[in-house]
Design a protein around this ligand. Structure first.
Ligand code: GCU
Length: 679
């Protein structure tokens, strides 16, 4: 399924393979290799014996002496010179891939490395056996590569089974109970391991009553999920409610500085670890959108996070505390409050107050997973705090898995962003210890993600977490090569080219036909699908565009606006402050400008709005044509599903174009320079 059809194992499975090592993860490797060889005619040995003539050796160095090619590779692997970096150690998850005397060797220090090495060989296909392949050490840049499922155990009256889920029901839960489908979970774990993910959170950040009990009397359900995912190196995390000592423990308070509260968390956490020894930790949304938190007791976020970190630390777990905190009951008339400022206002002053083992989880932008936002200034403001970056694979604001919107390029841009200027660290450097977290886009849908092409976002999240420097186009190519080329009934190069043509730029296409120039939102309130330019304009949510007859955009400057630009370090603080220097794509995020303001592109803002909206729709029409050309080359069920979604994407893009263009034409009275039809 997805990016591991059995045909993707052909090159490996047709060869003679020696697996060396012991333990659960090595058993998984052995099982994978055994199945591949059974299908494609190769042979497999679990060492000893040593003296077999294998084409591929997968060996764990800690499992005792290795022989022949593997010994040679071990010697290579111990040498820093192998790729000119480091001390030669491979770490908990790393591996060395080398070609030695006609044998391909994957060497790891720990079993997880062997598993990742195996999937790397699968990715390379026949190329893994090229004699001129130079030895290379592979290690994840980020230790934590996590998917957060916003899954509810019980169907919630507002958010359903999966909050912001667009791929059917939950893979874990159904109608208030665990699904108990270990086979499906194992398949899921396998897909995740193959793209580098090593942890999942099994329930929604908004923890409702039933879900709160996963921590206590329903812990057995979590343990079963952990058992199913463990063979693929996936650790399980739990979203917990800060009020747990009250709602579950019957205490009169959840005050983080109260001894009874501390004792309750220590006790509850101890029980979790007795049941799930490799449990990953807790995820907490506190004092955010009405969730309980430390504010009720006059305490702050550091007090809250430190409490939970203290309970988890003895067992090796971490708390991830979310920085998504803002006033969701704002008066739209109040121009002094700026939601974009909120996370920095709340958290930057707390830098240094969090325990070392707390991870503060920060949404990539200051608002809320918009198609375009500046990178959150919190990421540059807390050098003494471990930070994780949160992105949304589930396409809440990017077409809800009815639109093709490949997000790899967007996340890559965020990870490569250098908050202190080109010579300084990047966001990827900042989150090296905290990790990359993607809100999952997976459900019980036969294609896993509703839109079959949305699988690419899941794949990209894992791969970018493993190596944020990877080129997103190359990641997409890997995904195409693993997922589609082994199973196509047509010309593989045509399939590859067509999928690239449809997907490479699809995020920018989506941007073109939706809210312009970084202003965000303009979606239908509540479900967030489709256009509604003024839908959020007079609401308490703090998401406004301030369009009037003269201009549009949010003045967030220090000079005349909310002062948000001052939350950035130099040079961005000055770049964003300046109308002239601000990048076009973020202009309306930072500035309120007249419709006639001329962009760097040479066009006026109003003409840019018209042009991009016409262009975006034309691009969707072209996507749909391209997809038609693949009929016959792909499984008809997949082809039909995507075709049907492209029809909806086209309909919706037209609606976006017409509402946005009409709205701004009516406001501004400025006609389209090209005389196209505006309603
Ligand atoms: C968004 C989303 C909510 C979610 C929230 C969060 O606002 O619409 O469904 O709960 O983010 O990240 O906590």
């Amino acid at each position: 399924a997805a990016w591991l059809p059995s045909a993707a194992f052909r090159a490996l499975g047709a060869r003679d393979v020696l697996v060396h090592g012991d333990g659960t993860l090595v058993d998984t490797v052995l099982d994978e290799v055994t199945r591949a060889c059974a299908r494609h005619g190769g042979r497999v040995w679990h060492s000893p014996p040593w003296d077999v003539d294998a084409d591929l050796v997968l060996a764990s160095r800690t499992a005792g002496p290795v022989a022949n090619a593997a010994a040679e590779a071990a010697r290579l692997g111990a040498t820093p010179a192998v790729d000119g970096t480091g001390d030669g150690s491979l770490g908990e998850e790393g591996f060395l891939l080398a070609r030695v005397d006609g044998v391909t060797v994957v060497l790891a220090d720990a079993p997880a490395g062997l598993l990742y090495g195996l999937f790397h060989v699968v990715r390379l296909g026949a190329a893994a056996f090229d004699d001129d392949r130079p030895p290379r050490r592979h290690q994840p840049a980020l230790a934590r590569r996590i998917l957060d499922h916003w899954d509810n155990v019980a169907v919630h009256p507002v958010s359903g089974q999966v909050e912001r889920g667009y791929a059917g029901g939950s893979v874990f839960w159904r109608d208030g109970a665990a699904r108990r489908e270990p086979e499906r979970l194992r398949d899921y774990g396998r897909l995740l391991a193959a793209c580098g993910v090593n942890a999942v959170t099994v329930n929604n950040v908004n923890v409702h009553d039933t879900e709160a009990r996963l921590l206590t009397d329903r812990l057995g359900d979590v343990a079963e999920i952990a058992d199913a995912l463990r063979p693929y190196g996936i650790r399980v995390h739990l979203s917990v409610t800060f009020a747990a000592p009250m709602v579950l423990g019957g205490l009169p308070t959840a005050d983080p500085l109260d001894g009874r509260v501390r004792a309750w968390w220590a006790e509850a956490t101890g029980r979790v670890y007795r049941r799930i020894p490799d449990f990953g930790g807790y995820l907490v949304k506190a004092d955010s959108e009405g969730r309980p938190g430390p504010f009720a007791y006059g305490r702050d976020h550091a007090d809250g996070a430190n409490l939970l970190a203290g309970a988890l630390a003895p067992h090796g777990g971490v708390v991830r505390w979310r920085a998504f905190v803002y006033d969701h009951r704002q008066d739209w008339r109040d121009r002094s409050t700026d939601r974009a400022r909120a996370a920095h206002d709340h958290f930057a002053p707390l830098d240094g107050r969090f325990r070392d083992d707390v991870v503060l989880q920060v949404k990539f932008g200051p608002l809320d997973f918009q198609t375009r936002e500046p990178v959150s200034p919190v990421l540059a403001a807390m050098p003494a705090t471990r930070l994780a970056l949160e992105v949304q694979a589930t396409q809440e604001y990017t077409g809800q898995q009815r639109h093709v919107c490949h997000l790899g390029p967007w996340w890559s841009e965020v990870l490569r962003f250098a908050p202190w200027g080109p010579a300084g660290d990047t966001v990827a450097d900042v989150v090296a210890a905290g990790g990359l977290v993607a809100v999952a886009n997976v459900g019980d849908d036969p294609f896993w993600t509703g839109h079959p092409l949305a699988q690419a976002n899941l794949y990209a999240a894992g791969r970018l977490a493993w190596d944020p420097r990877l080129d997103p186009g190359a990641i997409l190519d890997e995904w195409i090569e693993l997922t589609w080329l082994p199973v196509t009934t047509g010309d593989p190069e045509l399939v590859r080219r067509t999928l690239h043509a449809i997907m490479d730029d699809s995020w920018r296409t989506y941007e073109r036909y939706t809210a312009p120039l970084g202003v965000g939102f303009m979606v239908r309130p509540g479900h967030h699908y489709g256009p509604d330019v003024d839908g959020y304009e007079y609401t308490p949510w703090g998401t406004y565009h301030f369009a009037d007859r003269d201009g549009v955009g949010v003045d967030r400057t220090r000079a005349t606006g909310t002062g948000f630009t001052g939350q950035y370090p130099s040079p961005w603080s000055e770049v964003y402050e300046s109308r002239r220097r601000c990048p076009d794509e973020l202009l309306l995020f930072f500035h309120h400008v007249p419709y006639g303001h001329v962009l760097h592109s040479g066009r006026t803002v109003i003409q840019h709005i018209y042009d991009t909206h016409f262009a975006g729709v034309a691009e969707v029409a072209a996507m749909r044509e391209r997809w038609r050309s693949l009929a016959g080359a792909l499984d008809p069920a997949v082809h039909d599903r995507v075709a049907e979604r492209l029809d909806e994407q086209f309909r919706c893009a037209v609606e976006w174009r017409d509402q946005v263009n009409t709205y701004f034409f009516r406001k501004s009275g400025v006609p389209d320079a090209h005389g196209r039809r505006i309603h």
